[in-house]
Design a protein around this ligand. Structure first.
Ligand code: HEM
Length: 397
């Protein structure tokens, strides 16, 4: 039976197929299953909530230091492995995380609410005035970029450039406004070198300052790693939030009852934001590598094996979620894993939650009727799930 299923690494499964049907079968028949792939044999796919969390919360058995996403040659050394925060285990991981954690607490993030609201409101009112938009490009991509500009102390000009670079990366084209995407990306990295110097002289409440201060206090991190960490945060923050916002908006418009409930003020924003996150689960899988021979759900795993956890599948696990395949904004018990689990639990979760909550609040009060006006396009990727395009029309109400 499992041999007849489409491969989890086939991009077409995500752009045109039904990955949830595949995950449902895997959950039922083989929660820890072996899949052939790439140059090194294959990988284990973990699809249930319990087994997935067992992997994510036990770094002594399942390490992040060999990479966190599958690649065809995933056993080859990965740049930054063992060094970058996302690619390290304790104790290095704890030290890196502690250095920047202060920027992401509920209290620190709540200082960004006003700015986030202003950005969201302006973006929404702009598209209402225009009467139409591509929600992914004009709203979902812009909001997290503007928010992270503040977090990373980069200017809005750089944010504009970044918006183009990240959109380009998502769509796999090679040229944007005459600038090669990679070159534009390097430009941003070069820009950080100059702000590192500036922040050493005048530290502020931003990511670069947090890292350079920790460096001055003895944290073993080079300037290059500071730059890479900033870059990682930009990508981690923007790609994911954009997908949660874009795909969540489509789910909302496809569920008229939920949409009405939100607009009538019958739904609380916090649980609604959590359901947005459960439903969209933008990070499709996370990779870990077995540190030694072990057993997971009765299945023998060997040292060095790649073990992947499929987060959207965990979020639809019937054993954990009532009516798992329904989008219910008033869901009260919602143990979704869209932010992962264990020591690498998304450090930006509070910021992402704030962004989605503010967006829902502003949408609820938007004086316009909104309709889907063209075919939404889904991303063909087994790493990041969501939409590349969501055409909408707005009619003042
Ligand atoms: C809806 C939005 C988001 C989703 C779904 C998401 C998802 C995730 C997931 C699943 C992980 C765990 C990776 C692993 O276990 O290896 C993670 C880690 C991370 N996320 Fe997010 N993320 C989001 C927003 C953000 C934002 C807004 C930021 C920063 C401003 C951010 C920064 C990071 C960083 C730096 C890590 C690595 C943490 C560590 O290794 O300790 N993310 N994210």
């Amino acid at each position: 039976m499992l041999q007849t299923l489409p491969a989890l690494t086939d991009p077409l499964l995500y752009s045109r197929g039904d990955p949830h049907a595949v995950w449902r079968t895997l959950r039922r028949e083989s929660p820890v299953s072996w899949h052939e792939y790439g140059e090194h044999g294959g990988y284990w796919a973990v699809t249930t909530h319990a087994a997935g969390l067992e992997v994510l919360t036990d770094w002594e058995r399942f390490t992040s230091t060999k990479g966190i996403f599958l690649r065809p040659n995933f056993k080859d050394p990965y740049p930054g492995a063992g060094k970058m925060m996302a690619l390290s285990d304790p104790p290095r991981h704890d030290r890196l995380r502690k250095a920047i954690m202060g920027l992401f607490t509920v209290r620190a993030v709540s200082r960004m609410e006003e700015r986030t609201r202003k950005v969201v409101r302006e973006a929404l009112h702009g598209v209402v005035e225009a009467g139409r938009c591509d929600f992914v490009k004009d709203i979902a991509a812009r909001i997290p970029l503007a928010v992270s500009a503040e977090l990373l102390s980069i200017s809005m000009d750089d944010v504009e450039m970044l918006a183009k670079v990240t959109t380009d990366a998502a769509e796999n084209s090679t040229d944007i406004d005459g600038i090669d995407a990679q070159e534009a990306h390097f430009e941003i990295l070069r820009h950080y070198s100059s702000i590192i110097e500036e922040k050493r002289r005048n530290p502020g409440r931003d990511l670069v300052s947090a890292l350079t201060s920790a460096q001055a206090e003895g944290l073993d991190i080079t300037d290059d790693e500071v730059i890479l960490t900033c870059d990682n945060v930009i990508v981690a923050a923007n790609e994911t939030t954009r997908q949660a916002v874009g795909a969540g908006m489509l789910a909302l418009l496809e569920s008229p009852g939920q949409w009405r409930g939100l607009r009538d003020g019958d739904l609380r924003l916090k649980p609604a934001a959590e359901e947005f996150l459960r439903w969209t689960a933008p990070v499709t899988h996370i990779l870990r590598t077995a540190q030694h021979d072990t057993v997971l759900e009765g299945v023998r795993i060997r040292a060095g094996d790649a073990v992947t956890v499929w987060l959207p599948s965990l979020n639809r696990d019937e054993k954990v979620f009532d009516r798992a395949d329904s989008f219910l904004l008033d869901r009260t018990s919602n143990h979704h894993v869209s932010f992962g689990g264990g020591g690498h639990f998304c450090i930006g979760a509070n910021l992402a939650r704030l962004t989605i909550r503010v967006l829902l609040d502003e949408l609820a009060h938007l004086p316009a009727e909104i309709e889907v006006s063209g075919e939404p396009q889904r991303i063909g990727s087994y790493i990041l799930g969501g939409l590349t395009s969501l055409p909408l029309t707005f009619r003042p109400s």
